[in-house]
Write a protein that binds this ligand. Structure first.
Ligand SMILES: [Fe+2]
Ligand SMILES: [Fe+2]
Length: 174
């Protein structure tokens, strides 16, 4: 289901998620399965993803319906549920891995952060997030969501409200 070039990324997310699971006391197997499946619809076009969402009755918002980048979290969660029989915890982690959201579970946080920091990723500021991930999971997510919002702002792209809410939720608890 993956382009060859995405396999390295997915393996990197899996190993990073397993490492974070051990570090922060989450279930390693659940985190590994969620990581393996998290981008399972990433190679599909927007219309193919919309078809999956229609087929499985997945609710989507206006932004998601226009962006394959956002929609692959929802379509991927549906495929994980209906085609792979994944657990609710895995399904939710896939659903929120791109935007994050307020009040994330430990597994959701781990998969979201692992997707951001896995070893094949390279961009400015990433090393600081990786270092923070070794000492404070929420602190690392704050850096990651802040970086995403800044990056989107620089590109002139409106962020999904869930990302803003994810950051605000974590900041309010510091
Ligand atoms: Fe993704
Ligand atoms: Fe990914």
């Amino acid at each position: 289901m993956l382009k060859p070039s995405r396999i390295e990324h997915v393996r990197g997310v899996e190993e990073t998620a397993a490492h974070l699971a051990k570090k922060y006391g989450a279930d390693e197997e659940t985190c590994r399965v969620a990581a393996m499946l998290h981008d399972c619809t990433k190679r599909l076009s927007l219309s193919e993803q919309l078809e999956i969402c229609r087929k499985y009755g997945v609710e989507t918002d206006e932004m998601e319906r226009e962006s394959p980048e956002l929609l692959h979290s929802k379509s991927g969660a549906a495929v994980a549920k209906y085609e792979f029989g994944a657990s609710d915890e895995v399904i939710e982690a896939i659903k929120w891995h791109t935007t994050g959201k307020a009040n994330m579970s430990l597994t959701e946080k781990i998969v979201c952060l692992a997707d951001f920091i896995e070893p094949s990723r390279h961009f400015e500021g990433l090393e600081a997030v990786r270092r923070e991930a070794e000492r404070d999971l929420d602190g690392a997510l704050i850096l990651a969501f802040s970086r995403t919002l800044k990056h989107l702002e620089e590109k002139g792209v409106a962020p999904h409200r869930n990302t803003r809410q994810a950051l605000e939720f974590l900041l309010a608890r510091r």
